[in-house]
Design a protein around this ligand. Structure first.
Ligand SMILES: [Zn+2]
Length: 340
Protein backbone atom coordinates (compact mmCIF):
# COMPACT_ATOMS: atom_id res chain seq x y z
CA UNK A 1 0.00 0.00 0.00
CA UNK A 2 1.34 3.42 -0.96
CA UNK A 3 1.61 6.19 1.59
CA UNK A 4 -1.13 8.11 -0.16
CA UNK A 5 -3.59 5.21 0.04
CA UNK A 6 -2.68 4.62 3.67
CA UNK A 7 -3.40 8.28 4.44
CA UNK A 8 -6.83 8.20 2.74
CA UNK A 9 -7.86 5.00 4.54
CA UNK A 10 -6.91 6.44 7.93
CA UNK A 11 -8.82 9.61 7.22
CA UNK A 12 -11.98 7.68 6.18
CA UNK A 13 -11.91 5.54 9.35
CA UNK A 14 -11.51 8.68 11.47
CA UNK A 15 -14.46 10.45 9.82
CA UNK A 16 -16.67 7.33 10.16
CA UNK A 17 -15.93 7.13 13.88
CA UNK A 18 -16.66 10.85 14.37
CA UNK A 19 -20.04 10.68 12.60
CA UNK A 20 -21.01 7.49 14.46
CA UNK A 21 -20.17 9.05 17.81
CA UNK A 22 -22.23 12.10 16.99
CA UNK A 23 -25.41 10.10 16.29
CA UNK A 24 -24.92 7.92 19.34
CA UNK A 25 -24.80 11.05 21.46
CA UNK A 26 -27.87 12.57 19.82
CA UNK A 27 -30.04 9.49 20.28
CA UNK A 28 -28.97 9.02 23.86
CA UNK A 29 -30.04 12.59 24.80
CA UNK A 30 -33.24 13.34 22.80
CA UNK A 31 -34.46 16.05 25.17
CA UNK A 32 -31.70 18.33 23.90
CA UNK A 33 -33.17 18.15 20.41
CA UNK A 34 -36.96 18.92 20.64
CA UNK A 35 -37.66 18.47 16.95
CA UNK A 36 -36.16 15.05 16.77
CA UNK A 37 -37.72 14.12 20.11
CA UNK A 38 -41.15 15.04 18.83
CA UNK A 39 -40.63 12.99 15.72
CA UNK A 40 -39.74 9.99 17.83
CA UNK A 41 -42.78 10.56 20.08
CA UNK A 42 -45.14 10.60 17.09
CA UNK A 43 -43.69 7.35 15.92
CA UNK A 44 -44.27 5.85 19.38
CA UNK A 45 -48.01 6.72 19.53
CA UNK A 46 -48.77 5.99 15.87
CA UNK A 47 -51.20 3.11 16.68
CA UNK A 48 -53.31 5.48 18.82
CA UNK A 49 -53.37 8.23 16.20
CA UNK A 50 -54.94 5.80 13.81
CA UNK A 51 -57.91 5.50 16.17
CA UNK A 52 -58.76 9.11 16.88
CA UNK A 53 -61.85 10.95 15.75
CA UNK A 54 -60.14 11.71 12.44
CA UNK A 55 -59.66 8.01 11.91
CA UNK A 56 -62.64 6.35 13.61
CA UNK A 57 -61.87 3.28 15.62
CA UNK A 58 -63.14 0.00 14.38
CA UNK A 59 -65.48 -2.12 16.46
CA UNK A 60 -62.54 -4.32 17.34
CA UNK A 61 -60.51 -1.42 18.72
CA UNK A 62 -62.79 1.31 19.93
CA UNK A 63 -60.74 4.19 21.29
CA UNK A 64 -61.74 7.65 22.41
CA UNK A 65 -59.56 10.72 22.21
CA UNK A 66 -60.01 11.28 25.96
CA UNK A 67 -58.72 7.86 26.93
CA UNK A 68 -56.53 6.60 24.14
CA UNK A 69 -55.82 2.96 24.64
CA UNK A 70 -52.55 1.62 23.33
CA UNK A 71 -51.41 -1.98 23.29
CA UNK A 72 -49.12 -1.02 26.16
CA UNK A 73 -51.85 0.76 28.09
CA UNK A 74 -55.06 -1.25 27.75
CA UNK A 75 -58.20 0.33 29.10
CA UNK A 76 -59.18 -0.86 32.52
CA UNK A 77 -62.66 -1.41 33.88
CA UNK A 78 -62.29 1.90 35.66
CA UNK A 79 -61.74 3.65 32.37
CA UNK A 80 -64.25 2.17 29.97
CA UNK A 81 -63.20 2.46 26.39
CA UNK A 82 -65.65 4.32 24.22
CA UNK A 83 -68.75 3.54 26.23
CA UNK A 84 -70.69 6.36 24.61
CA UNK A 85 -68.71 6.97 21.45
CA UNK A 86 -70.67 7.19 18.24
CA UNK A 87 -68.54 4.50 16.67
CA UNK A 88 -69.25 2.01 19.47
CA UNK A 89 -70.30 -1.44 18.23
CA UNK A 90 -74.05 -1.84 17.68
CA UNK A 91 -75.78 -4.07 20.21
CA UNK A 92 -76.37 -7.34 18.33
CA UNK A 93 -79.86 -7.98 19.76
CA UNK A 94 -82.60 -5.34 19.58
CA UNK A 95 -83.97 -4.19 22.93
CA UNK A 96 -87.07 -5.92 24.21
CA UNK A 97 -90.33 -4.03 23.87
CA UNK A 98 -91.01 -1.86 26.90
CA UNK A 99 -93.22 -3.41 29.51
CA UNK A 100 -96.22 -1.13 29.95
CA UNK A 101 -97.35 -0.37 33.46
CA UNK A 102 -100.52 -1.82 34.87
CA UNK A 103 -99.86 -5.45 35.69
CA UNK A 104 -96.58 -7.15 34.91
CA UNK A 105 -98.39 -10.48 34.98
CA UNK A 106 -100.16 -9.48 31.76
CA UNK A 107 -96.91 -9.58 29.79
CA UNK A 108 -94.51 -12.37 28.91
CA UNK A 109 -91.02 -12.84 27.52
CA UNK A 110 -91.92 -16.29 26.22
CA UNK A 111 -94.61 -16.14 23.52
CA UNK A 112 -96.46 -19.43 23.11
CA UNK A 113 -97.42 -21.02 19.77
CA UNK A 114 -101.07 -20.60 18.83
CA UNK A 115 -103.15 -22.81 16.53
CA UNK A 116 -105.42 -20.90 14.14
CA UNK A 117 -108.18 -23.28 13.02
CA UNK A 118 -109.99 -22.93 9.70
CA UNK A 119 -113.54 -24.15 9.16
CA UNK A 120 -115.92 -23.73 6.24
CA UNK A 121 -119.42 -25.20 6.35
CA UNK A 122 -121.06 -26.47 9.54
CA UNK A 123 -124.24 -27.92 8.13
CA UNK A 124 -126.48 -30.98 8.64
CA UNK A 125 -128.02 -30.80 5.19
CA UNK A 126 -125.58 -29.74 2.51
CA UNK A 127 -123.78 -32.25 0.32
CA UNK A 128 -120.95 -34.12 1.96
CA UNK A 129 -117.52 -32.71 1.27
CA UNK A 130 -114.21 -32.10 2.94
CA UNK A 131 -115.36 -28.57 3.71
CA UNK A 132 -118.61 -29.55 5.47
CA UNK A 133 -118.68 -30.63 9.12
CA UNK A 134 -121.71 -32.00 10.86
CA UNK A 135 -122.82 -29.55 13.56
CA UNK A 136 -122.47 -32.33 16.17
CA UNK A 137 -118.85 -32.91 15.13
CA UNK A 138 -118.18 -29.19 15.36
CA UNK A 139 -119.77 -29.12 18.82
CA UNK A 140 -117.76 -32.13 19.96
CA UNK A 141 -114.60 -30.27 19.05
CA UNK A 142 -115.74 -27.14 20.90
CA UNK A 143 -116.64 -29.32 23.89
CA UNK A 144 -113.13 -30.76 23.86
CA UNK A 145 -111.61 -27.29 23.79
CA UNK A 146 -113.75 -26.19 26.72
CA UNK A 147 -113.15 -29.31 28.80
CA UNK A 148 -109.41 -29.14 28.27
CA UNK A 149 -108.80 -25.54 29.23
CA UNK A 150 -108.50 -23.92 25.82
CA UNK A 151 -109.39 -20.24 25.42
CA UNK A 152 -110.38 -18.61 22.16
CA UNK A 153 -108.53 -15.41 21.26
CA UNK A 154 -108.54 -13.11 18.25
CA UNK A 155 -105.75 -12.82 15.69
CA UNK A 156 -105.02 -9.34 17.03
CA UNK A 157 -104.52 -10.94 20.45
CA UNK A 158 -102.03 -13.34 18.86
CA UNK A 159 -100.11 -10.50 17.21
CA UNK A 160 -100.18 -8.48 20.44
CA UNK A 161 -98.45 -11.40 22.10
CA UNK A 162 -95.66 -11.62 19.54
CA UNK A 163 -95.26 -7.89 18.88
CA UNK A 164 -96.00 -6.39 22.30
CA UNK A 165 -95.45 -9.42 24.52
CA UNK A 166 -99.01 -9.23 25.87
CA UNK A 167 -99.72 -12.45 27.69
CA UNK A 168 -102.44 -14.71 26.31
CA UNK A 169 -104.73 -16.92 28.41
CA UNK A 170 -103.69 -20.53 28.89
CA UNK A 171 -103.96 -22.78 25.82
CA UNK A 172 -105.01 -20.07 23.35
CA UNK A 173 -106.68 -21.02 20.07
CA UNK A 174 -108.14 -18.98 17.19
CA UNK A 175 -111.26 -20.21 15.42
CA UNK A 176 -111.98 -18.95 11.89
CA UNK A 177 -114.76 -19.76 9.43
CA UNK A 178 -114.39 -18.89 5.75
CA UNK A 179 -116.67 -17.68 2.98
CA UNK A 180 -119.69 -16.45 4.96
CA UNK A 181 -121.93 -19.50 4.65
CA UNK A 182 -125.30 -19.04 6.28
CA UNK A 183 -124.88 -22.30 8.15
CA UNK A 184 -122.14 -20.54 10.08
CA UNK A 185 -124.79 -18.23 11.47
CA UNK A 186 -127.43 -20.93 11.92
CA UNK A 187 -125.31 -23.74 13.45
CA UNK A 188 -121.77 -22.68 14.34
CA UNK A 189 -122.67 -19.35 15.94
CA UNK A 190 -125.07 -20.84 18.56
CA UNK A 191 -122.49 -23.49 19.48
CA UNK A 192 -119.76 -20.88 19.85
CA UNK A 193 -122.01 -18.82 22.10
CA UNK A 194 -122.92 -21.89 24.15
CA UNK A 195 -119.25 -22.46 25.06
CA UNK A 196 -118.40 -18.77 25.46
CA UNK A 197 -116.09 -18.82 22.45
CA UNK A 198 -115.34 -16.17 19.85
CA UNK A 199 -114.39 -16.65 16.20
CA UNK A 200 -113.44 -14.74 13.07
CA UNK A 201 -115.75 -14.93 10.05
CA UNK A 202 -114.07 -14.17 6.69
CA UNK A 203 -116.70 -12.72 4.36
CA UNK A 204 -116.82 -12.71 0.54
CA UNK A 205 -118.72 -9.48 0.07
CA UNK A 206 -120.30 -10.18 -3.35
CA UNK A 207 -121.84 -13.34 -1.89
CA UNK A 208 -123.60 -11.63 1.03
CA UNK A 209 -127.36 -12.07 0.70
CA UNK A 210 -130.05 -9.44 1.03
CA UNK A 211 -131.98 -9.21 4.27
CA UNK A 212 -134.63 -11.91 4.59
CA UNK A 213 -132.87 -14.25 2.21
CA UNK A 214 -132.47 -17.86 3.31
CA UNK A 215 -129.93 -18.93 0.73
CA UNK A 216 -126.44 -20.39 0.99
CA UNK A 217 -124.77 -17.26 2.33
CA UNK A 218 -125.37 -14.99 5.29
CA UNK A 219 -127.28 -11.76 5.01
CA UNK A 220 -125.94 -8.38 6.04
CA UNK A 221 -128.22 -8.43 9.09
CA UNK A 222 -126.79 -11.75 10.20
CA UNK A 223 -123.22 -10.49 9.77
CA UNK A 224 -124.15 -7.47 11.86
CA UNK A 225 -125.46 -9.77 14.58
CA UNK A 226 -122.18 -11.69 14.65
CA UNK A 227 -120.25 -8.47 14.97
CA UNK A 228 -122.43 -7.20 17.80
CA UNK A 229 -122.00 -10.51 19.63
CA UNK A 230 -118.23 -9.95 19.80
CA UNK A 231 -117.23 -12.03 16.80
CA UNK A 232 -114.58 -10.66 14.42
CA UNK A 233 -115.48 -9.94 10.80
CA UNK A 234 -112.64 -10.38 8.31
CA UNK A 235 -112.19 -9.80 4.60
CA UNK A 236 -112.03 -12.55 1.94
CA UNK A 237 -112.18 -10.48 -1.33
CA UNK A 238 -115.17 -9.50 -3.48
CA UNK A 239 -115.80 -12.85 -5.20
CA UNK A 240 -113.27 -15.34 -3.84
CA UNK A 241 -110.66 -14.27 -6.38
CA UNK A 242 -107.50 -16.33 -6.88
CA UNK A 243 -105.26 -13.37 -6.22
CA UNK A 244 -101.93 -14.75 -7.43
CA UNK A 245 -103.50 -15.35 -10.87
CA UNK A 246 -105.08 -11.92 -11.07
CA UNK A 247 -103.58 -8.72 -12.44
CA UNK A 248 -102.20 -6.29 -9.91
CA UNK A 249 -105.08 -3.90 -10.66
CA UNK A 250 -107.67 -6.62 -10.10
CA UNK A 251 -106.04 -7.76 -6.85
CA UNK A 252 -105.95 -4.17 -5.68
CA UNK A 253 -109.69 -3.85 -6.35
CA UNK A 254 -110.58 -7.23 -4.81
CA UNK A 255 -108.75 -6.51 -1.58
CA UNK A 256 -109.51 -2.82 -1.24
CA UNK A 257 -113.14 -2.68 -2.34
CA UNK A 258 -114.18 -5.62 -0.15
CA UNK A 259 -112.48 -3.99 2.83
CA UNK A 260 -114.21 -0.69 2.16
CA UNK A 261 -117.62 -2.35 1.81
CA UNK A 262 -117.27 -4.19 5.13
CA UNK A 263 -115.94 -1.15 6.98
CA UNK A 264 -118.69 1.11 5.65
CA UNK A 265 -121.30 -1.41 6.69
CA UNK A 266 -119.92 -2.20 10.15
CA UNK A 267 -118.73 1.31 10.90
CA UNK A 268 -115.41 0.00 12.20
CA UNK A 269 -111.98 -0.99 10.98
CA UNK A 270 -111.62 -4.42 9.36
CA UNK A 271 -107.96 -5.39 9.71
CA UNK A 272 -107.72 -9.12 9.09
CA UNK A 273 -107.69 -10.80 5.69
CA UNK A 274 -107.85 -14.41 4.44
CA UNK A 275 -106.30 -15.31 1.06
CA UNK A 276 -108.85 -17.31 -0.99
CA UNK A 277 -107.39 -20.80 -1.54
CA UNK A 278 -104.51 -19.63 0.61
CA UNK A 279 -103.00 -18.24 -2.59
CA UNK A 280 -100.48 -15.55 -1.79
CA UNK A 281 -97.05 -14.33 -2.78
CA UNK A 282 -94.90 -11.29 -2.14
CA UNK A 283 -96.74 -8.78 -4.28
CA UNK A 284 -100.18 -9.99 -3.16
CA UNK A 285 -99.12 -9.59 0.47
CA UNK A 286 -97.88 -6.10 -0.40
CA UNK A 287 -101.31 -5.23 -1.77
CA UNK A 288 -102.86 -6.46 1.49
CA UNK A 289 -100.30 -4.43 3.42
CA UNK A 290 -100.94 -1.29 1.38
CA UNK A 291 -104.64 -1.51 2.18
CA UNK A 292 -103.83 -1.37 5.88
CA UNK A 293 -104.52 -4.90 7.04
CA UNK A 294 -102.72 -5.92 10.20
CA UNK A 295 -103.00 -9.66 9.61
CA UNK A 296 -103.60 -12.15 6.81
CA UNK A 297 -103.98 -15.91 7.10
CA UNK A 298 -102.82 -18.66 4.78
CA UNK A 299 -103.48 -22.41 4.76
CA UNK A 300 -100.03 -23.49 5.90
CA UNK A 301 -101.06 -26.10 8.49
CA UNK A 302 -98.93 -25.28 11.51
CA UNK A 303 -99.42 -23.23 14.67
CA UNK A 304 -98.30 -19.62 14.61
CA UNK A 305 -95.05 -19.36 16.54
CA UNK A 306 -92.09 -17.05 17.00
CA UNK A 307 -90.70 -18.69 13.84
CA UNK A 308 -93.29 -17.04 11.60
CA UNK A 309 -94.95 -14.36 13.70
CA UNK A 310 -92.65 -11.83 12.05
CA UNK A 311 -94.84 -12.19 8.97
CA UNK A 312 -98.30 -11.14 10.20
CA UNK A 313 -99.57 -11.06 6.62
CA UNK A 314 -98.67 -14.73 6.07
CA UNK A 315 -99.87 -16.43 9.22
CA UNK A 316 -100.16 -20.19 9.40
CA UNK A 317 -103.65 -21.68 9.65
CA UNK A 318 -104.76 -25.27 10.06
CA UNK A 319 -107.73 -26.56 8.10
CA UNK A 320 -110.25 -28.71 9.98
CA UNK A 321 -111.83 -30.97 7.37
CA UNK A 322 -114.51 -33.62 7.52
CA UNK A 323 -112.01 -36.46 7.14
CA UNK A 324 -110.27 -35.47 10.38
CA UNK A 325 -111.12 -37.86 13.21
CA UNK A 326 -111.78 -36.74 16.76
CA UNK A 327 -108.39 -38.11 17.84
CA UNK A 328 -106.84 -36.41 14.83
CA UNK A 329 -108.33 -33.11 15.95
CA UNK A 330 -106.98 -33.59 19.49
CA UNK A 331 -103.53 -34.30 18.07
CA UNK A 332 -103.61 -31.48 15.54
CA UNK A 333 -104.38 -28.66 17.96
CA UNK A 334 -101.76 -29.73 20.51
CA UNK A 335 -98.87 -27.35 19.91
CA UNK A 336 -96.48 -29.79 21.62
CA UNK A 337 -96.74 -32.00 18.54
CA UNK A 338 -94.84 -29.55 16.31
CA UNK A 339 -91.20 -28.61 15.99
CA UNK A 340 -90.41 -24.89 15.97
ZN1 LIG B 1 -112.61 -19.18 1.00
Amino acid sequence: MTKRKEYLLTTAIFLFCCIGSYFCWVYSAPNQFPVLSKALAVEAVQPVEAATSDHPATSDHPVTSDHPATPDQPATSDQPVDSDHSTAPIVPNPPKPPTPSGGAEAYTDNPVPVPILMYHKVNPYSASSLYRLWPEDFERQMQYLKDNGYHTVSINDVLDQFEKRKKLPDKPVVITLDDGYRDNYLYAFPILKKYGFTATFYIVTDYVAESGSEGTFMTWDEIKELDEAGMTIGCHTLNHCWLTRASWEEAWRQVGDSKTILEDFLGKKVDTFAYPYGAHNKWVSEVVYDWGFRSAVTVNPRPVSTANAEHPLQLNRMGIYSDLSYDGFVYKINTDNYNY
